[in-house]
Design a protein around this ligand. Structure first.
Ligand SMILES: [Zn+2]
Length: 537
């Protein structure tokens, strides 16, 4: 069974990647990037091999103007920064148009201007005649070309326009092409097209318009990636999109998936294989910089993209790498993982243990599996708690050495007359033969316990200062046996290199939290003493 789908005989193409994360992507609800963020993302996109990086809309806000000023000092390997704007206004000469002037003022060697190609939009939205609409496109492109720039013409609402009046939509594009546009980019601005529409329309335009074509799609029908790829098949040589598909409404076409498809399945050389291995890192970097959670289910780059759950799957994966993987996870910088759950069999547990650096015999695996099933029955879940699983395996094998032992803790929550709540934790703990008592205040019992623990053992383990609690989740599980509900706590902890998850379960939320907290600290300390530790982000 082969996992490679690239057609060796296919004519090699080189698609030009045009990223608009910094402009169209920031239209996403809740997304905001500082100038600093944008510069850092631009550097990453350059490393990934993206050809054009659209930095913003200088006519729209001062932040984008500042970006273009500072971007001039960026040391880029191969990428070109481009600026976005629109065609000249009706009744204004291109040379006198303030929007076109602000584009030229960015100093960018590449410019992208959007123009209307939908007849109704021309007559209704800007109150121009159809001929005036064509002239606006032609003049604007010709003027920017006369200033020595690379010019892309974004044909706004192109597919709706084509469906309304194909000859007019094509005529606007041809006018921009005649004026010297370096590519005509067909935009599915409303994002409602399906792949068959894109295939049919791009094929026709490709035959009629004498210029390279690009594609810019939105994901409102859930087809943005498919639409982009089919557009390439039909003749487009430029693809515009955003990292992780960020964008307004349901988002733009996801360049991450597009790149995976182009390189690994369509034999396109838009980036090199070395650059492709940065795909996962770049996706996560952009998410973190935008302060958004990376999507675990994202194709190619998600934490779950190559995670195998269930005994049969995991067992087959172990015997035949790639049997259940559409591409080699390493090719995009991702990892295959085995998800341990009560569905899993012995093979998956052995593989999971190996991933955590632990050798497990068949006999040991069977015994541990029984224990996991028992624990899951009581409410534990190890799917997001690799670190707790690792500690449990070490305990079972007798290799676990605790960094500290607890004598006792006490947590006091105090509601004052003025309405404020104060929480204080006191902890008594033993570390290498010494007894320490520490007290700390926190904004809740878990926070106070975490602080007190760090004070108590911090002098022995200075590396604790590099670990932070990243996420804390509590779920109340209804007990099937009727002995009362239990609480499951999941904690995510991170240091400079990676993150790890731990779990605790108890009828008491503080006890469950303590259990997850201890695992988190023990695992982190064990990791840092294993000089670098295993990567398992
Ligand atoms: Zn767009």
């Amino acid at each position: 069974m082969s996992i490679r789908h690239a057609d060796e005989n296919a004519e090699a193409t080189v698609v030009t990647l045009y990223d608009t994360t910094l402009r169209d992507g920031t239209q996403r609800e809740g997304m905001s990037l500082s100038v600093e963020d944008k510069l850092r993302i631009a550097m990453k996109l350059d490393l990934l091999g993206v050809r054009y990086i659209e930095g913003g809309f200088p006519g729209s806000n001062p932040k984008d103007i500042e970006f273009f000023e500072r971007a001039r000092d960026l040391k880029l390997e191969q990428a070109v920064i481009s600026a976005f704007g629109s065609t000249r206004r009706k009744g204004v000469a291109a040379a006198d148009d303030p929007g076109l002037k602000s584009l030229l003022d960015t100093g960018c060697s590449a410019l992208c201007i959007v123009g209307k190609t939908w007849d109704l939009q021309v007559t209704e939205a800007i109150g121009a005649t159809l001929d005036q609409g064509i002239e606006m496109a032609r003049d604007s492109v010709a003027y920017l070309k006369s200033q020595g720039r690379t010019v892309f013409f974004d044909a706004e609402h192109f597919f709706d326009g084509y469906n309304s009046n194909p000859d007019y939509a094509v005529a606007v594009c041809q006018a921009a092409a005649d004026a010297g546009a370096d590519a005509i980019v067909l935009c599915d601005t409303n994002g409602g097209m399906l792949p068959a529409d894109i295939q049919r329309i791009v094929t026709d335009v490709h035959a009629r318009v004498n210029a390279p074509l690009g594609i810019h799609t939105h994901n409102d029908s859930g087809c943005a990636v498919a639409n982009s790829l089919v557009a390439v098949t039909a003749g487009c040589t430029q693809v515009q999109g955003t990292i992780n598909g960020y964008g307004e409404r349901t988002g733009n076409a996801d360049l991450i998936s597009i790149i995976g498809g182009l390189v690994l399945k369509m034999g396109d050389d838009c980036i090199t294989r070395d650059q492709l291995r940065l795909l996962t890192e770049v996706s996560h970097f952009v998410a973190e910089t935008a302060n958004l959670n990376p999507n675990a289910q994202a194709p190619y780059v998600g934490a779950s993209a190559f995670a195998h759950k269930g005994g049969l799957h995991a067992s087959a994966t172990g015997k035949l790498a790639g049997a259940y993987e559409h591409v080699d996870p390493a090719s995009v910088g991702n990892l295959a993982r085995v998800v341990v759950s009560e569905l899993a069999g012995r093979a998956s547990l052995t593989m999971k243990a190996a991933e955590l650096g632990i050798d497990l015999s068949g006999e040991q695996a069977a015994a541990v599996l029984d224990e996991i099933k028992e624990l899951e029955y009581h409410g534990y879940s190890f799917e997001a708690a690799d670190a707790s699983l690792s500690i449990m395996l070490q305990k079972r094998l007798g290799t676990f050495e605790p960094a500290f032992t607890l004598e006792s803790f006490r947590v006091i929550a105090d509601k004052r007359e003025d309405g404020r709540v104060a929480t204080e934790a006191t902890i008594k703990i033993h570390v290498s033969g010494h007894r320490y008592i520490a007290t700390a205040e926190g904004n809740g019992p878990v926070n106070a316990l975490d602080k007190a623990l760090r004070i108590a053992i911090g002098r022995f383990y200075p590396q604790l200062a590099n670990m932070t609690l990243d996420d804390y989740k509590v779920r109340v599980l209804e007990d099937k046996k009727g002995t009362g509900a239990v609480t499951r706590v999941l904690i995510d902890t991170k240091d400079a290199e990676t993150s790890w998850g731990t779990v605790g379960v108890s009828e008491n939320i503080i006890e469950a939290s303590w259990e997850a907290l201890v695992d988190s600290v023990e695992y982190g300390l064990g990791r840092s003493t294993r000089s670098g530790g295993e990567s398992e982000s």
